[in-house]
Design a protein around this ligand. Structure first.
Ligand SMILES: NC(=O)C1=CN([C@@H]2O[C@H](COP(=O)(O)OP(=O)(O)OC[C@H]3O[C@@H](n4cnc5c(N)ncnc54)[C@H](O)[C@@H]3O)[C@@H](O)[C@H]2O)C=CC1
Ligand SMILES: [Mg+2]
Length: 334
């Protein structure tokens, strides 16, 4: 069973400005001339070989550097780079101030020289993602995903000829074949038996970290079928129910569309049979263990035991927090 659990927009959002921004972006995707004009007065997020340009804040976090297109143009000129590089920029959105936002990978230019000229550091997204503000992390991830797609989609897989992109970078074309940016749907679920929740860890996870179970959708599957299959494959259980929670774009290892759910199994059938080729371990955790782990901000020191959960930017954290809150409320009789 699928049911939405939250309203779509915060009440404070001004509908007319939201609608006009969405329509503006949509027009830029369809109108190359309008997009070229918007680029001139737009904002640019820079990348170097897919690592975003970031600045450290006083609080030890990171934030993406947005430069005006005209600034980037001057920097490229100063460094003797081809100004036509700007044509490789890709539209990623529209700011609250109605400025079109673009991203550009300047991997051809020396990284250190570029960092000095732009005032920031290019940091691998795997190292920087969790230190970015929650509001800006998705934009950076989207920029990286679109740039990667362009870098790997230069040729038509049917004819072998080069593909041509539109100005916004929202599609690539080879005669009458149109390619759109690709992402892989993944279903992730926090499974509960009513009292405990099920978390698993892959051997590649950081020490002590357990997460909700996840799996890529196979062609032709519904969300419920993917989830039932993944839970059966990975831990040998049959699901009783599935309900939708929320979704997110996930940049690792490449662009995934994560569909977050809550799921239940019968309390009479909770014996796990873990597929060791997929998971190193899977266990049932009590509410108390989960509440304690939600407070832990860093991985346990080497050799120390202790549960560590995915950080806040990950949808797994949201699912686990929602489950803990629901359990707490039901224990309190709310
Ligand atoms: N944002 C979050 O909170 C979390 C995100 N994830 C993400 O979910 C994704 C899926 O989780 P897994 O348990 O690893 O999936 P999984 O259980 O489906 O196993 C991964 C395997 O599926 C196969 N596969 C099928 N389609 C694929 C595709 N389109 N791309 C890549 N591999 C494909 C590959 O053989 C791969 O080794 C991972 O990429 C992981 O980063 C996982 C947990 C938490
Ligand atoms: Mg999995």
């Amino acid at each position: 069973m699928l049911r939405p659990v939250r309203t779509l927009a915060p009440l404070s959002r001004c509908c007319s400005s939201f609608v006009s921004r969405m329509r503006f972006v949509d027009r830029l995707k369809r109108d190359d001339g309008a997009c070229a004009a918007a680029l001139q007065s737009g904002q640019m997020f820079l990348f170097h070989r897919l690592a975003p340009l970031l600045q450290r804040t006083e609080r030890g976090t990171l934030r993406p550097v947005a430069r005006r297109t005209s600034d980037v143009q001057s920097i490229l000129q100063r460094l003797g780079s081809d100004p036509a590089l700007l044509e490789q920029s890709v539209l990623i959105g529209c700011s609250q101030q109605n400025q079109a936002q673009f991203c550009l990978d300047i991997g051809e230019v020396d990284q250190v020289v570029l960092e000095e000229a732009c005032g920031g550091t290019f940091i691998d997204l795997k190292k920087s993602f969790f230190l970015l503000p929650a509001a800006e992390a998705p934009l950076v991830a989207k920029g990286q995903a679109l740039l990667r797609w362009h870098q790997t989609s230069g040729f038509c897989s049917a004819t072998g000829r080069p593909t041509q992109r539109n100005r916004a970078g929202s599609q690539r074309v080879c005669s009458d074949i149109i390619y759109y940016p690709k992402m892989s749907p993944v279903v992730i679920a926090l499974v509960s038996d009513g009292k405990r929740c099920l978390l698993g860890r892959q051997a590649s996870f950081p020490r002590g970290m357990y997460s909700a179970l996840a799996g890529f959708c196979d062609m032709g599957e519904t969300l419920e079928e993917t989830l039932s299959r993944e839970v059966a494959e990975e831990v040998g259980l049959e699901l009783l129910s599935v309900s939708y929670s929320s979704s997110q774009h996930w940049p690792f290892p490449h662009s995934s569309f994560m569909i977050g759910c809550h799921a239940t199994v019968s309390p009479a059938h909770t014996q796990l049979s873990v597929d060791q080729s997929e998971l190193e371990d899977a266990r049932w955790f009590s509410l108390e263990e989960v509440v304690t782990a939600l407070q832990v901000k860093a991985p346990p020191p080497r050799g120390a035991a202790g549960l560590w959960l995915p950080p806040k930017h990950a949808i797994a954290n949201r699912l686990i927090s929602e489950w803990a809150e629901r359990q707490r409320r039901s224990l309190d009789g709310d």
